[in-house]
Design a protein around this ligand. Structure first.
Ligand SMILES: Cc1ncc(COP(=O)(O)O)c(C=O)c1O
Length: 487
């Protein structure tokens, strides 16, 4: 059915918050040009674009603009004044934290989702987008080996995915009664889990932190000992949190053994796979993630190793029906629509939800699953390559080998104490920020400061890694030679 155009002739005044079609096209084309130029020129730009607060006073002190501005001039201001002062986390030599390789197809998908302003709350409002999100999440569940009942929803990221999964565990296992309940995780669990548990009302004495072994993996024997002790003391163990790829070292906890304990002690098995679970897409990754398929809930972060722009996280449930059981709420003003409709606002914390699935769907359709699999394999191979170089490098000692694309290491120098080496390694990170060629970050392992490289960007080459390590060695040598006060 078509309708006659209503509204008569158009008035393009700014009060309608519309640009005339030609200006809007020019604005949009300029943005596309900026994105394409960014993709094409990125490898030759500095990785870091840092600035102090004082250097940004002009930006910080802006008054609200009362009148309109030329759209292309505003884009120029954005490019020169704002984006330049931002690190390029999708740069092939950005190895810090967890890089955000992203992809431009998905970025344009985000623009489409925003432009159509799709709200994926009620089936009534967004039947097609709801179907796409269900398809995508069921597909992710099958990648993780969950049964046909599996599925979930897309959320902002791993933190909210963990929070959502643990909220389901609390509801299903404890009926939301927290007294004497105990949850278990390892000393390498991501900080977002502690935050989630606190928000869910658990006190710190209800969170049992199990020490890890020499490979930074949760120790099932220690876990079982703690479970038995807590039960003897009349407490109520209800959930174990395992990591499928810790952020520090990429370590994967012994998932099959932990799953066995969860089954034996009737515990919820939550896996934080925000970093690593996506690797299940590749056959090598799948082998390393053995046991992932036994989880009750899994946090996955498509904005990490599934190459989506921020924000895109996902919580998967072995039984997705537990999501509406936990989150469904009655909104009187939302009673329209068929009773059997799937309303994704009943599946999580958010009522208003954007069309996050669009970017995943578009990029999967356009590049194909094979390209994603190859991109993950590349990240795994680059991790191994980094490890090989480090083993032979005079300036570094390997601290942890490549685990799911994460390698940790330490600059070394004869005659320096462990504390002095800590300071040198931290100073190397600072020097990296000033230098701009590459960026690696540090972490603490067993009370020592180490450097850490994460190699998941599919556009990172062997040459990028080799030149980065050599640059780090030079920076370390220069710091020592200059007697820099930081070291
Ligand atoms: C293992 C792990 N869990 C959870 C998170 C939190 O994810 P997000 O930053 O997307 O909220 C991260 C982030 O790096 C992570 O590496």
């Amino acid at each position: 059915m078509t309708y006659e155009k209503t509204g008569g002739s158009r008035d393009w005044s700014p009060e309608r918050l519309e640009l005339p079609p030609e200006s809007l096209r020019a604005f949009g084309y300029r943005i596309v040009d900026m994105l394409v130029d960014h993709q094409e020129g990125l490898a030759n730009k500095p990785v870091t674009g840092h600035a102090s607060r004082s250097a940004l006073t002009e930006l910080l002190d802006q008054s609200l603009p009362d009148g309109p501005s030329d759209p292309l001039a505003v884009l120029e201001e954005l490019e020169q004044g704002v984006l330049r002062h931002s690190m390029h986390v999708n740069h092939p030599r950005f190895f810090a934290f967890i890089p955000g390789p992203g992809n431009m197809v998905s970025a344009l998908g985000d623009a489409l989702a925003s432009g159509f302003n799709v709200i994926v709350s009620l089936w009534l409002e967004a039947a097609g987008p709801t179907a796409i999100e269900e398809t995508i999440t069921q597909w992710l569940a099958s990648v993780c080996g969950l049964p046909k009942t599996g599925g979930g929803i897309l959320v902002s990221g791993g933190s909210v995915a963990n929070l959502t999964g643990l909220a389901v565990a609390r509801h299903v296992m404890l009926d939301d009664k927290l007294d004497d309940a105990v949850v278990y995780c390892s000393d390498q669990s991501h900080a977002s889990l502690q935050k989630a548990l606190r928000l869910l009302g658990f006190r710190s004495e209800q969170v049992r932190v199990i020490p890890t072994d020499t490979d930074y993996r949760l120790q099932p024997k220690q876990l079982e000992g703690a479970l038995i002790k807590d039960r003897e003391l009349g407490r109520r163990p209800f959930c174990v949190i395992a990591s499928a790829g810790t952020t520090n070292t990429g370590a994967v906890d012994p998932l099959p053994e932990i799953a066995g304990l969860c089954a034996a002690y009737n515990l919820w098995f939550h896996v934080d796979g925000a970093y690593g679970a996506a690797a299940a897409l590749s056959s090598q990754g799948k082998t390393e993630l053995l046991g992932l398929n036994q989880a009750n809930s899994i946090a996955v972060d498509p904005h990490k190793w599934l190459f989506q722009p921020f924000e895109c996280g996902c919580i998967l449930l072995r039984d997705r029906a537990l999501l509406p059981r936990t989150f469904a709420a009655q909104h009187d003003y939302m009673q329209d629509g068929a009773p059997a409709d799937v309303n994704l606002c009943d599946y999580g914390i958010q009522l208003t939800r954007g069309f996050r699935a669009l970017k995943l769907w578009l990029s999967l359709k356009i590049f194909g699953l094979g390209a994603f699999r190859a991109a993950i394999d590349h990240g795994l191979a680059m991790g191994k390559f980094t490890e090989t170089l480090l083993r032979a490098h005079d300036s570094f000692e390997l601290v942890t080998p490549a685990n799911l694309g994460i390698v940790s290491f330490r600059y070394r120098a004869v005659g320096l104490s462990a504390e002095a080496l800590d300071r040198v390694n931290l100073a190397i990170v600072e020097a990296c920020i000033e230098d701009g060629f590459a960026f690696v970050s540090s972490t603490r392992l067993r009370n020592r400061d180490v450097l850490r490289i994460c190699t998941i960007n599919p556009r990172t080459s062997e040459a990028d890694i080799r030149s980065t390590l050599d640059r780090l060695a030079i920076l370390g040598d220069q710091l020592l030679a200059s007697k820099d006060q930081r070291v």
